[in-house]
Design a protein around this ligand. Sequence first.
Ligand SMILES: [Zn+2]
Length: 331
Amino acid sequence: MFITPTIHQFPIPTPFMVGPVNVYLLEGDPLTLIDVGPNSPEAYDALVGALAQAGYTLRDIQQIIITHHHTDHLGQISRIAEESGAKVLAHSLTRAFLDNPTTTHERYKLFSQVIFHEAAVPDEVVRHINRSYEFLQRYGNQPTPVFRLLDEGDRVEAGGVEWQVYHTPGHAGDLICLYHAASQTLIASDHIILKISSNPLIEPAAVEGQSRPRRLLEYIAQLQRIAALDIRIAYSGHGAPVEDVRGLVEKRVAFHHKRAAQILDFFEGHAYHLWDLTEKMFAHVPSDEKYLALSEVLGHIDLLERDGKLTRDYRDGIVYWQPRTEAHQHR
Ligand SMILES: [Zn+2]
């Protein structure tokens, strides 16, 4: 006999393109929230209202687990942690965003400016992207104390059962999933989403001075690692739960390889920088959403580079990519 955890899904409104974010309530000891939603009056009211419907108030919440640092997931953590008195648990890389949100977001933003420069992104577009970054910050958190850090392999009690922590960098470098083997339940956050291919975003290395993480490569590896688990149901950060995780992962991995092949086809022997390629693929995407498009194309370039299909060249501080020729291969 085992206990199946009782999980309530609360869709919380966000002002972002992605739509509502899912907060989960794990009933049992300790009474636990997974994520909290963005910092807005609408999100606050929605969370408090959903809790009331389930028969609880904020004061009843004993523990809050944050799955990753994105604003739609943790924006209102300061207020919710303070009003509930709950302990906050998060991955060690999420901690910087909880301890010191302003400085940490600034570090991420500065890093993206270096990437934009190397990618020859026009100033006008950079301004649009930066403005959308500021919009995001408006729904962000204040410094919030972390009670316990969660890392790969850790075990954590929540909602009356013990969960295993999986660190699954990809969509974000700090993203964690929680797995309860006995009931084959996964709390997947944005690692696995039914309706959208979750985009690995450009991020700096965790340690300053290290090279840029290849997030799409990590993402694919982590998708395959999670797909190897026995999962009956995976609860996502957005939208409905996923039942066929293996099938969905296969579909996602195939999509990324197909996309990479499409990008390779664009070259026809020429050299291009990241902005050129992004414009070829995503000309229709508005300027303030170009960050997602740049992240996606860079991810596929990383994949092609790893597979030995592209080489890079620096000219005047800009990175140019080119298909690897026979001459390159024998060098
Ligand atoms: Zn996210």
